[in-house]
Design a protein around this ligand. Structure first.
Ligand SMILES: [Zn+2]
Length: 297
């Protein structure tokens, strides 16, 4: 890039950030680029190079735009919002749009590829037009509502340094046990191919049971009498509190469970995931994953 050069591109952010990174340049923008933090981890450590314009008594001034490190959940929330916005014109800041995501939809178009492949319900997100109409992303026809969508969230298992061991989905009404060694059901952190063997040594065979419960489908956890215990860290709180074995507690979006002080279990920042018709096979990712059927009654 030459001084005085003008460049027109459809998406400026990636180009601006690459130039700033490679040439040590300043960026003038009010954007805090949270949806680019994973691709550009250097941003958090270069806050002095990000400036935004402000009108003051002396006219236009450049002030720091307030770059800070943000939790992983916040990064994935921003990535998700951007993806839904670009691909489906869904604004997750709007209640009406979030309600669209909480329903199943079906397309009745006779020549629609999506309707032919899956006549009972759309396997992708619907598209929301400016007038609020909900349409098929494949053929553009208005969609029929097909009942409420079950809630699915993603669980991330990592070591204390943030190194990911495995992630797996959890759906309403299906309990998952996280442990080490051969489980008859649940997530086996002792399975071959998973990283962080030292951290995993602190985990009991049946350590903690996770479930989405209640109308809000909040994540709950129960310590199953593990040898090294389970603690919870609430948000950015410096202290951790210990779970009483057998007692269910709610795990918030920004909270983290610590298994044996070594393995972190938390919710991913992704809020809107397609619900699971049947449990997924995660065998290729190294974890042995089986699910406990919903309890009777
Ligand atoms: Zn269609």
């Amino acid at each position: 890039m030459e001084s005085g050069e003008l460049r027109l591109v459809p998406h400026a952010d990636p180009e601006i950030l690459e130039l700033a990174r490679d040439k040590g340049l300043h960026v003038i923008s009010a954007d805090r680029f949270i949806d680019h933090r994973r691709a550009h981890p250097w941003i958090a450590g270069a806050a002095d190079r990000f400036l935004s314009c402000e009108y003051g008594a002396d006219g236009l001034q450049l002030v720091p735009s307030g770059i800070r490190e943000v939790p992983e959940q916040v990064k994935s929330r921003h990535e998700e919002a951007k993806e839904l916005g670009f691909a489906y014109r869904i604004n997750i800041g709007k209640g009406a749009h979030r309600r669209v995501l909480r329903s199943e939809w079906r397309c009745t178009g006779r020549s629609c590829v999506e309707a032919m492949a899956s006549p009972d319900r759309l396997t992708c997100w619907p598209r929301v037009d400016e007038d609020g109409s909900v349409r098929c992303p494949s053929c553009g026809r208005p969609l029929e509502e097909a009942g409420p969508r079950g809630i699915t969230r993603m669980i991330v298992v990592a070591d204390r340094a943030g190194g990911e061991i495995v992630r797996f989905p959890i759906s309403e009404g299906v309990a998952v046990v996280v442990g080490r060694g051969r489980l008859s059901y649940g997530i086996n952190l002792g399975a071959g191919g998973l990283p962080s063997p030292r951290a995993r040594a602190q985990v009991s065979r049946q350590h903690v049971k996770l479930q989405l419960t209640g109308v809000q489908a909040r994540l709950t956890a129960v310590d199953l009498g593990s040898s090294n215990g389970t603690t919870i860290r609430r948000g950015n709180a410096p202290r951790e509190s210990r779970l009483k074995p057998g007692t269910e507690i709610i795990v918030g979006d920004r909270d983290a469970l610590l298994l044996g002080g070594a393995v972190v279990v938390r919710l991913s920042g992704h809020r809107f995931l397609p619900s699971l018709a049947s449990p997924p096979e995660l065998g290729d990712q190294g974890g042995s994953v089986t699910y406990i059927p919903p309890e009777e009654g």
